[in-house]
Design a protein around this ligand. Structure first.
Ligand code: BJW
Ligand code: ZN
Length: 268
């Protein structure tokens, strides 16, 4: 650990690449593995738009449960020690950017300013009619959650309620959807391009809490490696990146990341 922290402290352009594991200690479950979201909600159904549309029509109660679970979880989550120390290291000029697959706002709330969100943002809505984007603020999320709470009154009533509470576009009143990237959808091209640029030019690439199985995001560590960056991995368990990493640390991100990038500024 001391050696990896020492090597990182000499780096001036660190890119941090994160997945669901960095937010696990904030109370947001990961997708895969024990206790993951997909133990409860089948990714073949809940991981893509056609699947979600089908659930809406045939099992609206399941969709209601999915939305309620998501709102409860995201509204309660707070940045943990990993998000906070990453934000402080960026402010101290040690980290260039965070590239995240997460749709939560915990890096931003942890103080990081440059966050490239490869899989979109749960707190942004996109209009299905005119394409404009707008914020989904926490107050609005709370109101939706309260409207859904305790609603168990038959399929048609649930369908009607879901239709009523779906947020509308402020410009054209069209239906909106969360600006999140589901399977089969393209990643935001400009975000991916900037993430690749940062990755190509970084001197260290710190991977935190991702299973590394979802593409094209999964290619970034390989890009960093091919450009000669120091690659350090933090995960609860071995991943596809373990073999190619210079250092791998297995344990909770909230304990390990603060040890790897301690708050004291790097030597000039
Ligand atoms: C801890 C910890 C702690 C736990 N501390 N660590 C065949 C081959 C290759 C590619 C494809 C293929 N078939 C289809 C594709 C493309 C597809 C893909 O990659 N699929 C693979 C799964 C096979 N990709 C796409 O579709 C992407 N788009 C695309 O490619 O566009 C072009 C295209 C268009 C049309 C057709 C084909 C291509 C889009 C990907 C979108 C991903 N979206 C999701 C959310 C879905 C919405 C929802 O259901 O809510 O994004 S999927 C999900 O996985 C989420 C995550 O961002 C992403 C990555 O997961 P992550 O973050 O790694 O989490 P986990 O749970 O997997 O892992 C957590 C890790 O943390 C674990 O390792 C733990 O050990 C660790 N951990 N606690 C430290 N405390
Ligand atoms: Zn609109």
């Amino acid at each position: 650990m001391t050696e990896a922290a020492g090597r990182l402290s000499a780096c001036r352009r660190i890119v941090v690449f994160t997945g669901a594991g960095v937010s696990a200690e904030s109370g947001i479950p990961t997708f895969r593995g024990e206790g993951g979201i997909w133990e409860k909600y089948d990714p073949d159904v809940f991981g893509n738009i056609p699947g979600l549309g089908q659930v809406w029509l045939t099992q609206p109660q399941r969709l209601l449960d999915f939305i309620t679970d998501a709102l409860d979880t995201f509204l309660a989550a707070q940045p943990n020690a990993a998000h906070l120390v990453i934000g402080k290291a960026e402010a101290a000029g040690r980290i260039r950017a965070v590239v995240t697959q997460n749709v939560d706002d915990l890096h931003e709330r942890g103080g990081t300013r440059t966050v490239f969100k490869l899989h979109g943002d749960l707190y942004t809505l996109r209009c299905l009619r005119c394409g404009r984007s707008g914020p989904l603020d926490r107050g609005r999320m709370e109101r939706i959650r309260d409207q859904l709470d305790g609603m168990r009154s038959g399929r048609l009533a649930i369908l009607k309620k879901l239709w009523e509470i779906m947020p509308r576009c402020g410009e054209c009143e069209g239906l909106t959807r969360p600006d999140v990237v589901f399977f089969g959808e393209s990643l935001p091209a400009n975000v991916l391009r900037q993430a690749e640029e940062e990755t190509r030019s970084c001197d260290a690439f710190l991977i935190v809490g991702t299973s590394g199985v979802v593409y094209p995001a999964a290619l970034l560590p390989k890009l960093a490696r091919s450009r000669g960056a120091l690659v350090v991995e933090v995960n609860r368990e071995a991943s596809p990146y373990t073999e190619m990493s210079d250092f791998s640390f297995f344990g909770p991100a909230g304990s390990i990341v603060p040890e790897l990038i301690p708050e004291s500024p790097r030597p000039a």
